[in-house]
Design a binder for this molecule. Structure first.
Ligand code: RFL
Ligand code: PHB
Length: 388
């Protein structure tokens, strides 16, 4: 088989890139190692920057998001059970959209299908070859038979544990990493959200986040030790702990119910440089990971896709500047989001090695944020998403 761009990974990055290229007459094949049901059962991000909303609309996958998503004007922050509001709309003129990654992925699959886009599921042993030549190809095994796809470019959209990043020689690849000594225990419950907007809560007992998907579907997270067994966290224990960490009026009114999903995610900051090697381009989680505190993971994947899609369009129009600049452009934005995600994580979490001095600094930073329009504007500008 031959295609112009072979895309490894059928998560949001891979599907969105494929959809945008297809709409502009560029042929792609997406190779996904898992089944479609598996990909669609993953519960992940919930907040879209407005720039991401616009890219999804450009990709003609915005209709359900516009009908069912919720535009939010701001967020609440809480410090030791006392909350204050950060009004994005007033401070920056912009909003964010609450629409789950699971829904974005479902919309992308549907759109790919409508256009007869080629997405090959259960592709095993995917291996990119000859990436430093003008004729790269990708091999994989499907139903026990080895297949080969010849292409012009390979897009590594295969997430943090994918195969693409490892194709960059170790003397070229630089990796930057911070692993945090705690995780987020997340639950999904069919209950009305705690508040009209998200609540990010700092507390002596650890961080908590009240998020949502719709009027009767809530998503909550608690900072927990990484080695805490999931069985220890019965629903009752989760709700009891959440109530202790959130603003008093929320604790008094929160509606609880059985969890329909429960999982523990580790927190990590990670960047791989460069994001291009020969004819391979890394996109999304394949190149970088952020802790979820700034809601940036999915949004960074969308901005990478935007830069690469623009670069490929230019290439097929005879101009290689966009591809030459891809890694530099993407990394400039990635590092700003890495900084923001790290700073939100540091501001809001308890760490085992936090000294009394560190705690006072954290408290005073939150107090400053509660009272300073300048500090709130800086947070708002980053949260709603830097331009791309
Ligand atoms: P994905 O979503 O990981 O998709 C990569 C796809 O590639 C496939 N794959 C392969 N396919 C073929 N061959 C191989 N060798 C392959 N190896 C992997 C995988 O099966 C998968 O389908 O990366 P992508 O598309 O770059 O999208 C990035 C986002 O998914 C990610 O940034 C966010 O979900 C991060 N993230 C969160 N972000 C937020 O903003 N808020 C959150 O609450 C949030 N929660 C999360 C998260 C990421 C998590 N991961 C990756 C473990 C919770 C979790 C658990
Ligand atoms: C979510 O709803 O899953 C969510 C929202 C905001 C975050 C992280 C996760 O910062």
């Amino acid at each position: 088989m031959r295609t112009q761009v072979c895309i490894i990974g059928g998560g949001p990055s891979g599907l969105l890139l494929s959809q945008l290229l297809h709409l502009n007459g560029i042929d792609t094949v997406v190779l996904e190692q898992r089944s479609r049901d598996y990909v669609l059962s993953r519960i992940r991000a919930g907040v879209l920057e407005w720039g991401s909303v616009e890219v999804l609309r450009d990709a003609k996958v915005g209709a359900r998001m516009d009908a069912e998503g919720f535009a939010h004007d701001g967020v609440y922050l809480s410090a030791q059970n006392q909350e204050f509001h950060i009004d994005f709309k007033e401070l920056t003129g912009k909003q964010v959209m609450i629409y789950g990654q699971t829904e974005v992925t479902a919309d992308l699959y549907e759109a790919r299908e409508k256009l007869d886009g080629v997405v090959i599921h259960d592709a095993q042993g995917v291996t990119p070859n000859d990436l430093e030549t003008d004729a790269p190809y990708v091999t994989y095994i499907k139903d026990g038979t080895e297949q080969r796809i010849d292409c012009d470019f390979v897009a590594g959209c295969d997430g943090f544990h994918g195969v693409s990043r490892g194709c960059i020689p170790t003397n070229v690849l630089k990796e930057f990493e911070r692993v945090y000594p705690f995780g987020w225990l997340g639950i999904l419950s069919q209950t009305p959200p705690a508040r009209d907007e998200l609540i990010y809560a700092q507390h002596e007992r650890g961080f908590a986040l009240c998020s949502m998907r719709n009027a009767n579907l809530s998503r909550y997270y608690l900072q927990t030790p990484l080695d805490d067994p999931l069985e220890k966290w019965t629903d009752q224990k989760f709700w009891d702990e959440l109530r202790k960490r959130v603003p008093d009026e929320v604790a008094d009114t929160i509606v609880t119910g059985p969890s329909i999903e429960k999982s523990l995610a580790p927190l990590r900051s990670f960047v791989a440089e460069p994001m291009r090697w020969g004819r391979l381009f890394l996109v999304g989680d394949a190149a970088h990971i952020v802790p979820p505190t700034g809601a940036k993971g999915l949004n960074l994947a969308v901005s990478d896709v935007h830069y690469l899609y623009q670069g490929l369009l230019q290439h097929y129009g005879g101009d290689d500047d966009g591809l030459e600049l891809y890694s530099e452009r993407a990394l400039a934005r990635v590092w700003k989001s890495e900084r923001f995600s790290w700073s939100m994580t540091t501001l809001l979490h308890r760490t085992p090695d936090q000294s009394p001095f560190d705690k006072r600094i954290q408290e005073s930073e939150l107090a400053y944020l509660a009272s300073s329009r300048a500090a709130q504007t800086a947070l708002a500008e980053n949260y709603i998403g830097l331009p791309f």
